[in-house]
Every structure is written in C-alpha cells, then in structure tokens.
Design a protein around this ligand. Structure first.
Ligand SMILES: [Zn+2]
Length: 694
C-alpha cells in the first residue's frame, strides 16, 4: 500500500525551534497581515457593491482567504485564542454575504460590473481567488466542522460547473493563474464530493489544448494552434496577435506567450519548466494529486505522469537555487534557461517566496505519488523549508521578502517589507508554518490475508522531516514521538508507544542526502536503506499492551562545502551544515569587504560558539578562512572608507585578479537569518574560491 499523508490534526509540534516560529506566526504574523489589509482598506473589498469608488485589485480576495486559512491552522492548536477565532468567524460572515445568489464571488467584478465576469480568464484571477476560498474552506471545516464555509464553496463550485466544461454551451476555459485545481482536490479528499474532482480534472486536462478556430475567420497561428485564451480575447473584441495592444503583457516574451501560464500546450506534452514559477508549481501540485487519485483508472490522466517526472528533473537538475528558491528571470517572475541562476536581483534572481512555498507542497505530493518512498522529494522539501522559505520572514514575524535573493551588495541592503501592493507571499508564510505538522509523516496500512486466514494488519510510518513532534497514528493507539534539536543537532530519537499492529510496524526514516554517505549516519536499530529511507522492522510484542520502543538516529551535521555545476558559470563555493545553507554577512565580518571576499579552498571550516540572532537561540555559526580581492589595481580603494565614490576606476585592465595575502576568518550564519541585524547590506551565499596558500 502506498503511503498517505497525515492530517494536521494528528501531529503536534514540540520543537522549540519550530514552536517558536509557529507561535510567532499566530501571535504576530497573522494579526499583522489582517491589520495591514484593514488599514489599507483591502479587507473590506468583499463588502463593496457595484459602483464602489475604489477598484479592488483582482486578487485582494485571495489575501483574505489565505490569512483566514492560516488562522484556522493556528486555532487548531490554540483554541484558546478567542480574539482570532472571532476574527475568523467575522471573515466567514463577510465572505458568505459577498456571494451572489448564483454562487459567484469576486470583489473586482462585483464592483466593476458582474456582467463582465468570466471574460478574461487569462489575466484576471477569479478562479485563482476561488481556489484560495476553497483552501480556506478545507482549513475552516477541519477546525469547526460547521459547514458554514463549505456551503459557500459548494455553491461557488456549482456555479463554475455551470460555466465551465466540455459541453458546447459552456466555456472551455481554465484559469490564467493556476491554484483552483489543487484546492478542488484538497476539498475532494476532505469531503469525497465528486464535483471538485470533476472540475479539477477538467481544468488540468483542458489547459493548453489546441483547437481550430477556422470558423472565426480572423488570424490563425502558423500551425493553427490556438488555445482558449485566443478565443476569449477575440470575444472581448481584442486581437491576441497585436504587439502594441492591451493583450501583449509586459511579462510576455512576445504576443501569445502562453508558456508564461504553462498553457502553450497540454501538460502531458510539456518537456521543460517555463514561465511564471508560482503558477507552474501550483499547477504541478494539483496535477500530481490528480494522477494519484485517477491515474490508475483514467488513461487521459495517466498520460500526465511522465510529464511530472520530466518537469521535476528539469527543476532539480538545472533550475533550482541551492537555497530552494526558483525563478531567475524577473520579467516573468519565473524560469529561465537551464543553469542560468544569477544571485543578484539586478541580474534576475527572483526566487519568490510563494514559488518555494508551492514547491514544498509539490514535493509533499510527489512523496505520495509513487508506491515506494524516494528521499529526493523530501530532500528538496527540507532544503526549501529551512532556507528560501524560512528566510522570507524576519525574526520578529512582521516583515517579509517577496524575492529571496542569494546576494546583496554594500549600500544596497534588501529589507523585508511590512506589506506589499501585491501581497501573495506573507499569508503563505503563515499558512505553511501553521500546517507544518502535515508535512512530517506519512502512514501506510496494509491488510493481508484472504478467505479463512485471519487478516493481519501491517503498519508503516515514514518520517520525512526531522522536527520534534508527536504523531497519533490514525486508527490505532500508537503514538510516534520524535525528539531532536534539528537543525542545530543531527541526533534524533523516535519513540513508538502503544500496541504495534498485528504484523508489526515498519519505520521508514529518511536519510537526508547531506548525511547519506557511509559513516555520516548511524542508527540504533538494524534496517535496510532503500532509495534514501532506512526501513526498520519494529516487531510486535503480543505480550505487551503498552510497549515502548526508542530508535536513535544520528545524522552528521558537520560543516560542508558545496560547489555548483560548471554550466552555471559559478566557480565558487558555499557553506552548509545539515539542512542549512549559510551566507556571509557584513555584520559578522568587521573590516572585510564582503562584496569581494573569497573563501579559501582547503582551509579549515569550523563551528563557532553558539549565538543568538533576533531571538533565535542556539544558532551555530561557521568560521572559514578567506582572502579579499586586491582592488587597488582597478583604481578601487573602498577599504579606505565607506564612500562609494570611486575615482579613476578602470573597467578593463591587463592584469588578472589578485587576492590579498592576508588570511582572515570569515563568519557565516544560516541564510534564513540574514538581514535581521542591520549592517551595510553586503550578503552572499556563494563566494569566489581561492586556493589556500596560493
Ligand atoms: Zn508571492
């Protein structure tokens, strides 16, 4: 039997590290997001009627739904927070009241004229917003089981079922920004209602389908390959081929650049990741769930599976930053050529928080797609979580990054913002921190035996992430207690309490790629490593009603030096320890110019004394040795002062770069803690490499 995800209700986080972040999300981040929306007059948009003087942004609604969802996750673990609960109930009242009698709900078209709805799926976000409403519904109903938001979502789904579908009288459309697909599938799995499954299948398989518009007698693309977005543009009286018209968006490479929305061809035919990174990740998350749910029985869905594998390889082999960020072309907030991974924002580095958030979820879906466990997915999930994702919020929990760049330079610090005009990222931070418990474990129940032979139940529990927590295994009296001080220490203890299933229990512990070599991990129990998981048989003890077994796993978290594929053009190195990628910041390196600081290859890298950064305690810094680039030969004398005024600086010269002789200690801290302590703005993950002693 394949492994299945575990509901958030079955997992309690006990980790001080993550508990602190979760508390901060509930006590600071969520109230701050709601307050920001209210004070900017965004929150109220769902109460506005047609003709309201302020035009809502097409996706302000989604921010309301997302923070409501995040609040529900927090309240599941903190039912005592009555003010937040009251805020959620008031939001649900507001949402219910905003729904039109036919089920439609969207503040933009409510204000601008509901007769214009569903006329521009490509650019507007009606289905995207609805997706977030449906995700909020899953969270709210998990919390309350009241049916209050489910009633709204069901009516909205019935409305979109009346608008979209293969029937000639309906629109053969799909969202410009994917999201609703994964949301519909989440709701289907919560309620078993077949309607959301049908709608998600339709949107995923219809997307990018080419059809002939010969009878429209206007333009026809060279191969006759037009899609729904061409059709709806003409229906609006617009010309999708026009370079100078309203149809050609600044983020398009050229008119009809539907690769931006991954709609240039059906998913089954896609061979590489293109376009907007968040859209792609949401799409693939939904599609992976669809394949898991229907792939066995539905040939059209089954055809999608090879594409998922191809796109995964394209991502992890050539388009993913070492931090778990993705998106290296600013113009379309998305994917560029393979290996083109610039670190500076000015060179294109984008790495949007939402893209990493969504990739974490895609990884989690991939974990459950195949019958067997493979650690690659949880490895990437872990990298994203501890690096690009966790650094998107400051240590106070009230300021956020939209882009998570790998390098900033002196006098150009990149500060986190309290809020954004387009505020997709902050609520996603709160959502993921609140629902982290659902990512840690999976379970598999296998019942053998037929006919007269008694059935034996075999249970397997997989641990994907090392986060101190407690799992109540659904349908049993077994609890799994995980204790660890990850990410600072690699020691993990897993204690199984309760009567194991008749045929015993298999524990599958992920061996992270950073500790997978012989000698890098040790376990107190014997087991077999297969595809990155250590499978341990925990035999049932029929005599014991309440047995307790503890298995100890030790993962080596000593400092590592990482390099990049030569096709990236990056002959540099970066420091890592356990799941954490490190960065070099100006504040820890007084007297050094981080912009031109190189690390010595072959020099020692040691752990420094534990420190505290912005209230996060127990931080282990790394100390390497490095040397600074000599600048005088280039007419650059920045070490003499802070002035950026450089006189006589040369762009080209006849001598190669030369590094100063002086070897200095270089202090690095976890990347996720960057930019919390002031400084001049210089920060880098990668540093040039100098050979020690050369
Ligand atoms: Zn975002």
């Amino acid at each position: 039997m394949p492994y299945r995800p575990v509901s958030i209700e079955n997992v309690s986080i006990t980790s001080p590290f993550w508990g602190q972040l979760q508390d901060r999300a509930g006590q600071v981040t969520i109230p701050a997001i709601i307050e920001a929306q209210k004070s900017a007059d965004h929150w109220q948009c769902l109460t506005w009627k047609q003709g309201h003087p302020v035009k809502p942004h097409p996706f302000w609604d989604s921010d309301i739904y997302k923070v409501t969802e995040a609040a529900c996750y927090y309240l599941l673990k903190h039912p005592e927070d009555q003010p937040l609960r009251a805020e959620v109930e008031a939001a649900v009242d507001m949402i219910s009241a905003a729904q039109h009698p036919d089920g439609y709900i969207n503040s933009y078209y409510t204000v601008r004229g509901v007769d214009q709805r569903w006329t521009n799926l490509r650019d507007m976000h009606e289905l995207y917003c609805l997706g977030h409403l449906i995700e909020a519904t899953v969270a709210y109903e998990t919390l309350t089981h009241s049916g209050r938001l489910l009633a709204v979502a069901t009516k909205a789904m019935q409305h979109i079922d009346s608008i979209f579908g293969p029937e000639p009288a309906k629109k053969q459309g799909y969202p410009g920004h994917q999201e609703v697909e994964l949301a519909l599938l989440r709701l289907h799995e919560t309620t078993q209602d077949p309607l959301p499954l049908k709608l998600a299948r339709y949107f995923i398989l219809e997307r990018g389908r080419h059809y002939d518009h010969a009878d429209e007698d206007k333009h026809t693309s060279e191969d006759g390959a037009e899609i729904y977005f061409d059709h709806e543009a003409r229906a609006r009286g617009a010309d999708p081929y026009e370079h100078m018209g309203s149809e050609h968006k600044p983020w398009y490479h050229e008119p009809r650049d539907y690769a931006y929305q991954q709609a240039d061809r059906p998913l089954a035919e896609q061979t590489r990741l293109q376009g907007h990174a968040v859209r792609a990740m949401y799409y693939l998350t939904g599609a992976t769930d669809l394949v898991r749910l229907l792939g066995d029985q539905d040939p059209a869905v089954r055809k999608v599976q090879p594409a998922l594998s191809r796109l995964w390889r394209d991502l992890v082999d050539s388009k993913l930053y070492i931090t778990g960020g993705l998106g290296s072309v600013r113009q379309w907030e998305g994917f560029g050529e393979p290996y083109a991974l610039p670190d500076l924002e000015s060179q294109g580095c984008y790495a949007e928080t939402c893209a990493t958030f969504a990739l974490i979820h895609w990884c989690h879906r991939l974990v459950h797609l195949e019958g067997e466990l493979r650690s690659e997915y949880a490895d990437v999930m872990e990298t994203c979580l501890y690096n690009a994702f966790l650094g998107a919020v400051n240590t106070e929990g009230n300021a956020f990054y939209y882009q998570n760049v790998l390098r900033t330079v002196r006098n150009q610090p990149k500060e986190r913002s309290k809020w954004f005009g387009v505020a997709c990222c902050p609520p996603n931070v709160a959502k993921l921190l609140g629902s982290l418990g659902s990512l840690i474990y999976s379970t598999s129940v296998n019942t053998d035996g037929a006919g007269a032979t008694p059935k034996e139940t075999h249970l397997a529990v997989a641990v994907h992430l090392y986060v101190a927590s407690e799992l109540t295994v659904p349908g049993t009296d077994i609890t799994i207690r995980q204790t660890t001080n990850m990410p600072w220490s690699g020691d993990v203890a897993v204690t199984i309490t309760g009567k194991a299933a008749d045929a015993g229990l298999t524990l599958a512990l992920r061996i992270p790629s950073w500790a997978s070599q012989p000698g890098q991990f040790a376990c107190s129990a014997n087991g077999e490593v297969k595809d990155g998981y250590l499978h341990i048989a925990v035999p049932a003890d029929p005599a014991a009603q309440d047995s307790e077994t503890t298995i100890r796993l030790s993962l080596r978290v000593t400092p590592r030096i990482m390099y990049a594929n030569p096709l990236t053009g990056k002959d540099e190195l970066c420091l890592a320890r356990g799941p954490l990628v490190y960065c070099i910041e100006d504040v820890d390196n007084a007297g050094a110019d981080v912009d031109v600081l190189a690390l010595e290859e072959g020099g020692p890298v040691r752990e420094g004394a534990e420190m505290e950064i912005g209230g996060v305690e127990g931080v282990v810094p790394l100390i390497a040795t490095g040397r600074q680039l000599a600048l005088a030969q280039w007419g650059m004398g920045r070490e003499s002062g802070d002035s950026d005024q450089v006189h006589g600086q040369r762009l080209y010269g006849s001598q190669p770069w030369r590094f100063e002789d002086r070897v200095r200690d270089v202090v690095a801290v976890p990347y996720f803690l960057r930019a919390n302590r002031g400084g001049n703005g210089a920060m880098r993950v990668w540093a040039k490499r100098v050979v020690s002693g050369a």
